[in-house]
Design a protein around this ligand. Structure first.
Ligand code: CP
Ligand code: NVA
Length: 304
């Protein structure tokens, strides 16, 4: 299977069919791995990873994923590259394209990724920008499918900051026809053009009322109030106590609802320990599934 798109920056590049095939292939790779190992689908392929921001999950899951498929990942902090001395992103893209089969970058400005794509002849994957985190949502949707055995018609409740992960979740819901309700304080909504796009395919509701959002939800999701690009601790005051996911709020969701968080989490802030460490939480499967979905994505993008 090959994707029509060369790059993955937002998820909006994918068709519903491609998205569903990616999720199903991820589930297959996971089963294969647990049964003894994967085929060397990416033998002799290399992935170059550029990080402008810190990472635990993204970095390790991409590196291990390449290794498990027979390829190799090269990790670069942008501080160690000539980028830090003013070499342009255009020249960096052209150079890396001569060595490597794929570039994954974690950046501040999403526009930098678009620039990278334009001047790179090899696929570019967004490993998180200030605006989107598509790889996270591949893993989230895979986890939802594993736990709920279906996607279409489920209700996803997003509570808290309408941030980069939320923007990608909006696309993820559109691609899998899940309904989404988002509760954010005024001024913290996801990108309205993304919501408008997604509304062509599914119901997306934005409210200031977390109870309304969580009511009868199948999945409750939140993320930090202080993203890497929005670190001001004063932000937290705008969200607390109303937008914290705690046991009281979870009671409004369906009895069998699951709780998700991309991590890293701040217990006692966006979520209480009773929820994130409680029986409804699926965060460790969610984190693990970063590995399987990114392997599927790499295979779909660069397998010969
Ligand atoms: N969820 C996620 O992207 O984690 P890292 O920042 O650790 O990569
Ligand atoms: N919204 C968070 C996600 C981290 C994986 C951030 O951008 O820092």
């Amino acid at each position: 299977m090959k994707l029509k798109t060369k790059n993955l920056l937002t998820l909006s590049e994918l068709s519903q069919k491609e998205f569903s095939q990616l999720i199903d292939f991820s589930i297959k790779l996971k089963k294969e791995l647990k049964a003894g190992g994967n085929k060397p689908l990416l033998k002799n392929k290399t992935l170059t990873m550029i990080f402008q921001k810190p990472s635990t999950r993204t970095r390790v899951s991409f590196e291990v994923g390449m290794f498990q498929l027979g390829g190799k990942a090269i990790n670069l902090s942008s501080n160690d590259m000539q980028l830090s001395r003013g070499e342009s992103i255009e020249d960096t893209a052209r150079t890396l394209s001569r060595y490597t089969d794929c570039i994954m970058a974690r950046v501040y400005d999403h526009g930098l990724l678009e620039n990278l794509c334009e001047h790179s002849s090899v696929p570019v994957i967004n490993g998180l920008s200030d605006s989107f985190h598509p790889c996270q949502i591949l893993a989230d949707v895979m986890t939802i499918k594993e736990k709920k055995k279906k996607l279409e018609g489920l209700k996803i409740a997003w509570v808290g900051d309408g941030n980069n992960v939320c923007n990608s979740m909006v696309y993820g819901c559109a691609l899998s026809k899940m309904k989404m309700s988002i509760a954010t304080p005024k001024g913290f909504e996801p990108k309205l053009d993304v919501v408008k796009d997604a509304k062509k395919f599914t119901d997306i509701e934005i409210t200031i009322d977390p109870i309304k959002t969580v009511k009868d939800a199948d999945v409750v999701v939140t993320d930090t109030f202080t993203s890497i690009h929005n670190r001001d601790p004063k932000r937290t005051k705008k969200f607390l106590p109303k937008y914290q996911v705690n046991s009281k709020l979870m009671k409004y969701a369906k009895k069998n609802a699951i709780f998700m968080h991309c991590l890293p989490a701040k217990r006692g802030s966006e979520v209480t320990s009773s929820v994130i460490d409680g029986p409804q939480s699926v965060i460790w499967d969610e984190a693990e599934n970063r590995l399987h979905t990114q392997k599927a994505l790499l295979a779909f993008l660069i397998r010969a």
